[in-house]
Design a protein around this ligand. Structure first.
Ligand code: ATP
Ligand code: MG
Length: 404
């Protein structure tokens, strides 16, 4: 079987969400998502990015017998999933394709009843550690029977309970497993045993975008524009599904083997209709004004929060630091007033896009459609092009022609 077929056969597996059984409902803690928690999480993500400091409990992991692993029901491929797979595998080679057709097909064909299939730890060969988050340890893994390479995220139930993030993880699983877009990290399935939850994730071969940015200090405009175009495509897809991410920042973006970006970390994401909440989340630097401002009654915000973050991201890609970076109190003040200056070395087009995204009034921010049509994006992105260095390619071509 070719790799393509293996990947395809793996992709069409849909997992029954039996996460409800994981905890005694009375043990649920209401996750408040306080700002301090968000900041701790960020701090951790940042420090993790500095390097892989994992001491691997590999033996322990592998010694778990399959009999003690709890199993999760998996539906065999339905017509819908089949279609899905075809769509997503072809879309994978065209990053900026709009997979909205997929959503339509999904909802119009009823799911077929199918025989259950099981996932458990024994089905995976565990490889090198890829990283460590506050709650999760992530390993490279191979699905033994298909050879499919993935990332296995291991979460300890006791740690989730102590951190009062069960609800957040549950939401992350529910939301992410329903998303299929080339610029969003896939969650293929999950299973659990007595102590741990395992998330079967798409493997992002080039790791964290945050690390790339720190190494390069600033991205050249062509690269930043291509990343932002991919972000816009992914956000358009999310918003169409009424999901807002709410925690867009370089630490939550991974890079695929072809240099394409993959949004991950849906721990703070929510379904948009449920948007009357005071929850403060995200790092301070990326928080939009409407999530900081005390508006008298309930803080009300929409998926437009992600547009603000996209503006902050554009700025950080081009300048190497977030636009409102300061002491926490000053950052808040500067955000609500949108006090920032774009350095002179940034092109006029890029500056224009930043200014159209970083608008205090959420309703007046540029739409994702207009981001995709913006002159700065058009200038640097041929539709469907990945973040490849065109000038480097050009130089290579020129060398080649020079050899002749
Ligand atoms: P937090 O606990 O704040 O969410 P985090 O996002 O860093 O932190 P994880 O999502 O558990 O935590 O991931 C830990 C690290 O493992 C990541 O920072 C990344 O370097 C690596 N990693 C995670 N998922 C993948 C993946 N699918 N492919 C490649 N590397 C990954
Ligand atoms: Mg994370």
């Amino acid at each position: 079987m070719g790799t393509q077929t293996l990947e395809a056969s793996f992709e069409r597996i849909t997992v029954n969400d039996d996460y409800d059984d994981l905890y005694n409902p009375s043990a649920y803690h209401k996750s408040k998502g306080s700002l301090s928690t968000a900041m701790t999480l960020t701090g951790l993500a940042t420090s993790t990015s500095a390097g892989n400091r994992m001491k691997l409990p590999l033996q322990k992991l592998q010694s778990t017998t399959t009999t003690t692993s709890t199993i999760t029901k998996v539906h065999l491929p339905s017509q819908v999933a089949q279609h899905n797979r075809d769509q997503s595998s072809s879309a994978a080679s065209r990053p900026s394709d709009d997979p909205s057709a997929l959503t339509h097909v999904r909802s119009s064909i009823p799911q077929q009843p199918s025989s259950p299939k099981l996932f458990h730890l024994g089905m995976f060969e565990i490889g090198k550690p890829l990283g460590k988050g506050k709650f999760g340890r992530v390993y490279l893994a191979k699905h033994r029977s298909s050879g499919f390479i993935c990332a296995l995220k291991v979460l300890h139930k006791s740690e989730l309970q102590m951190g009062k993030v069960e609800k957040q993880v549950r939401r992350e699983i529910e939301i992410q497993s329903n998303l299929a877009h080339p610029n969003i990290l896939r969650l293929y399935g999950h299973f659990h045993d007595a102590k741990r939850i395992f998330l079967i994730l798409e493997f992002a071969g080039k790791g964290e975008l945050y690390k790339h940015l720190r190494k390069e200090v600033r991205f050249p405009e062509w690269k930043a524009a291509q990343y932002i175009a991919q972000m816009a495509a992914a956000l358009k897809y999310l918003h169409k599904k009424h999901v807002m991410h709410r925690d867009i920042k370089p630490e939550n973006i991974l890079v695929g083997i072809h240099g394409e970006i993959k949004i991950s970390d849906f721990g703070w994401s929510v379904h948009a209709p449920n948007n009357r909440r005071k929850t403060m989340c995200g790092t301070l630097d990326y928080l939009p004004p409407e999530m900081i401002k005390p508006t008298g009654n309930d803080s009300f915000y929409s998926e437009k929060v992600d547009l603000w973050s996209l503006g902050v991201l554009t700025y950080e890609f081009l300048c190497g630091e977030a636009p409102f970076e300061d002491e926490p109190l000053k950052t808040q003040k500067r955000i609500v007033r949108c006090e920032m200056t774009v350095p002179g070395y940034v092109s006029a087009e890029a500056k224009d896009l930043i200014k159209k995204l970083l608008v205090v009034d959420p309703e007046k921010r540029i739409s994702l459609e207009d981001v995709e049509r913006h002159p700065w994006i058009i200038k640097h992105c041929v539709k469907g092009e990945r973040a490849t260095n065109r000038s480097a390619e050009l130089a290579k071509m020129m060398r080649k022609s020079g050899d002749k």
